[in-house]
Design a binder for this molecule. Structure first.
Ligand code: SF4
Ligand code: SF4
Length: 68
């Protein structure tokens, strides 16, 4: 299982990473607001992550770090 970390406070909630993930690991946290005023990314199903790195590549702001 890969390890995912997020610079949560800098996420703009665009959802590109959510859409690109092939395993439906990510979501925009419905119950959280970051300091920029957005619902930030979070790992809803971290056990399903295959460490492909697509989310990290897709994110325009380099919010996501994937470690295998
Ligand atoms: S590394 Fe791949 S499987 Fe894991 S959350 Fe990112 S896009 Fe999804
Ligand atoms: S982590 Fe990046 S791609 Fe995903 S919602 Fe936040 S800003 Fe958008």
């Amino acid at each position: 299982m890969a390890k995912l970390t997020f610079k949560t406070d800098y996420c703009k909630g665009c959802g590109l990473c959510v859409d690109v993930c092939p395993k439906d690991v990510l979501r925009l946290a419905p119950d959280k607001i970051n300091k920029k005023g957005h619902h930030p990314v979070e790992a809803a199903n971290p056990d399903q992550c295959i460490g492909c790195g697509s989310c990290a590549i897709m994110c325009p702001d380099s919010i996501i770090k994937v470690e295998r």
